[in-house]
Design a protein around this ligand. Structure first.
Ligand SMILES: Cc1cc2nc3c(=O)[nH]c(=O)nc-3n(C[C@H](O)[C@H](O)[C@H](O)COP(=O)(O)OP(=O)(O)OC[C@H]3O[C@@H](n4cnc5c(N)ncnc54)[C@H](O)[C@@H]3O)c2cc1C
Length: 377
């Protein structure tokens, strides 16, 4: 059935945020939805450029709560949701030094109480498991045996496949350039494919969420995209890295993990940039190799296979923004997922769907994510 350009819900952006919301709304029976994506394919920006891991070690409590809620979905998705497992529990090892390590030793019991399975390891225990790591640059490590690699492609396309099966429309190559608001209520939006009308407009535009908010004249929220860079390369000859966990040095800013029978490394860079199609910076790539030389010298490659960059977009307090705007009715935020939008999507998408349909959720305290926290009196 051609519904023209009139829908109950219009979602702007088909990254993991927009796709997961469409999925959870459609499971609740709300299927009169269109997702508008400017690019020719879903997941082209941050979602397609992530490091693809579940790590239940976030230091922003609201984000940690969402991550823990989402982890059970990733480990045991609903019957028939995906065509292959979403999570490989390959483990996550995070090394810390000095004050960072003291802080971790202090908070480890809290993480455990919240349901995170973790071990604290001494440097010699770490080196025993991973002789490639030099024991000079950390005082201890956290090991998360139940976390690991997420199949992001499978997760994204499973959300989309089920939503479309229920009747949700996905239109790619459609760029939103204006939002129509009348008497404080959002009525629809303007695009290169004409006008769309809807009862709800959802802002799931990732790095562009601040701009979409401005188009609606919604609450001003300073969302900042930070560029993060990744490089991939072959593993040293004769070394089977395929079953390694992700290994990270939090204090000295580097992580590496298996990727396509080789390795992926990231210097955990956080350069603020304007929303854009992010490209890797050569200086940051050089820094990655320098840090690898210091922390795991035997892994330094002769050449790189691939390099890319993507954007991690944060609100000033680093918590997410989920909920209806306090000043523009019908304008709904699902933004600010920073560096954890993939792993939290099964929880954030569900929380967003409940708030949109019911105006409340019992999964988590919605005030932690409310856009109203940025409203000026
Ligand atoms: C290098 C890197 C590593 C990361 N590692 C992890 C990780 O291991 N685990 C994890 O959970 N997270 C990770 N993240 C974070 C994660 O990728 C993001 O939080 C998540 O992808 C954000 O999803 P999104 O849907 O909000 O944004 P996006 O995927 O960027 O989607 C937003 C979409 O909105 C569209 N859009 C914007 N403006 C318009 C418009 N005007 N009209 C129409 N469409 C529009 C864009 O084209 C885009 O497709 C990482 C990110 C990076 C960059």
């Amino acid at each position: 059935m051609d519904r023209g350009n009139s829908f109950e819900v219009i979602i702007v952006g088909c990254g993991i945020a927009g796709a997961s919301l469409a999925y959870f709304l459609s499971r609740r029976g709300l299927t009169d939805i269109v997702i508008l994506e400017r690019e020719e394919q879903p997941g082209y920006h941050s979602t397609g450029r992530s490091a693809a891991v579940l790590v239940e070690l976030d230091f922003v409590p609201s984000v940690l709560q969402l991550t823990i809620l989402a982890a059970s979905f990733l480990r045991n998705p609903p019957e028939g949701f995906s065509q292959s497992p979403l999570l490989e529990q390959s483990g996550i090892m995070v090394m810390f030094q000095g004050d960072d390590w003291s802080m971790i030793e202090g908070v480890a019991p809290v993480f455990r109480q919240m349901g995170v399975s973790l071990e604290l390891l001494t440097p010699s225990q770490v080196v025993e498991r991973f002789p490639v790591v030099s024991d000079d640059h950390f005082d201890g490590a956290v090991f998360l045996p139940e976390d690991g690699h997420i199949d992001v492609h499978e997760l994204l396309w499973s959300y989309i496949r089920h939503a479309r099966h229920e009747g949700v429309e996905l239109r790619c190559g459609v760029e939103v350039h204006g939002i129509r608001v009348e008497r404080g209520r959002c009525r629809g939006l303007m695009t290169n494919e004409g006008e769309f009308t809807g009862r709800w407009v959802v802002n799931a535009a990732g790095a562009w969420a601040g701009i979409i908010g401005q188009l609606a004249g919604a609450t001003q929220i300073e969302l900042t995209p930070y560029r993060r860079t990744v490089a991939t390369f072959a593993a040293p000859d004769g070394l089977d890295v395929t079953r390694w966990p992700l290994v990270s040095n939090y204090t000295h800013k580097l992580f590496f993990k298996p990727e396509s029978r080789g390795l992926l490394a990231c210097p955990m860079d956080e350069d603020p940039v304007e929303p854009c199609d992010a490209r890797p910076d050569e200086l940051v790539i050089a820094q990655t190799i320098d840090r690898l030389e210091t922390l795991a010298p035997c892994l330094v490659p002769k050449s790189l296979r691939q390099k890319w960059a993507g954007l991690r977009t944060f609100a000033p307090d680093q918590s997410y923004i989920i909920g209806e705007d306090p000043s523009v009715k019908g304008f709904f935020w699902l933004a600010g997922q920073g560096g954890s939008g993939i792993e939290t999507s099964p929880a954030a998408g569900q929380v967003a769907a409940e708030l949109l349909i019911d105006g409340r959720t019992s999964l988590i305290d919605p005030n932690l994510f409310s856009p109203a926290r940025f409203a000026k009196d």
